[in-house]
Design a protein around this ligand. Sequence first.
Ligand SMILES: Cc1cc2nc3c(=O)[nH]c(=O)nc-3n(C[C@H](O)[C@H](O)[C@H](O)COP(=O)(O)O)c2cc1C
Length: 394
Amino acid sequence: MAERRPLTIAGHTPAAPVVLAPMAGVTNRAFRSICRSFAPGLVYVNEMVMATAVLHRNPKTETMMAFGDDERPRSLQVYGSDPTDLARAVGQLCDEGRVDHVDLNFGCPAAKVTRRGGGAAVPARPALLRAIVRGAVSAAAPYGVPVTAKFRMGIDDDWRTDVRTGLICADEGAHWVALHARTVAQHYAGDARWTAIAELRAALDDAGHDIPVLGNGDIWEATDAVAMMDATGCDGVVIGRGCLGRPWLFSDLVTVLSGGDPPPSRTLGEVAATMSAHARALVEHFDGAAVRSTGEDLAMRDFRKHSGWYLSGYPVGPEMRRRFSMVKSLCEFEDLLGQLDPQACLVDGGERIRRGHTNGPIRPALPEGFRDAPDADSDMSIPDDDRAMAVSGG
Ligand SMILES: Cc1cc2nc3c(=O)[nH]c(=O)nc-3n(C[C@H](O)[C@H](O)[C@H](O)COP(=O)(O)O)c2cc1C
């Protein structure tokens, strides 16, 4: 295992250079509290919120931005492609003391976002990208709040933007950059191409920037993190789908990145105990937000996808899975958990069963004429962020 430098953020030095990827609809307070119960003190990024919704104090967004009382650092991903709005939102969050770290999202591949030039299309407009990062960093700087950026390799293989994006972010004072090693066209298909992470690290080194580069994509088991760091020279890892239904991955990562052996996979009894704690935390999370339905209602509906992820790779029959996918109350849920065989084990290779998004490749949707002026440096057209509401931002 190569020598590693510790990752620090907002005065914290996590036990391992490991960051929970922001995942819309997943990495809320409840999910993070479960992850933290396995490995306290790592960096767990909240799901993405829209800058405009922050400014308008949208009630749903207020719930989305909730942190645990003892949660540090409080990391929040903010999305915005209007430099002024984003800077105002970041300034407001910092001024109200609601965050310790802001992550910027330049990786959203959703057609309705990129078609307007937003999300993962922003890095193809370097002047706009620079203005966004500069505005956010200067809004956060008076409060000592670090700003980081997460992006993809580019639009497609013929239109790579990752190195230039990294250099711009570094120039503008980003605290670290995280690369999801896929293009927009790749979406979530195929394998993440870790060589791009190595290229980004090398390019930043060549330019004299020693800001951390975090690698993201296809870390399913703790040993993958060691492999990625060794292969690319990256300074840390960002974990997305690998922890869906497997939040203990974070403690495995701390063990393995500290030189230990990965523990055996969890029995179904251990999985059921975590599911129960997670579902209860979700009820509590949604309790304050429930208007037309109860917190329990919202939580049970939301938890259905988590049940699918937790049970993947375990010998649980289709009828049981169907019942979990339709569960309506905590009582019914606990009853189903009680019917699982606590001794059952994960099938060989179960950790690597793909969960969450898997679709792709796609044909990137871009604004009219966008491709005719690739990387037009002067283009400062500001994408309309309204379309980005309620999309999954990765
Ligand atoms: C359900 C889901 C939601 C996501 N939402 C976001 C998001 O809001 N912001 C973001 O930057 N990436 C988002 N992503 C992308 C992940 O952060 C990550 O970059 C991607 O899943 C690749 O990492 P992995 O192979 O470890 O999953 C999302 C991914 C998933 C599966």
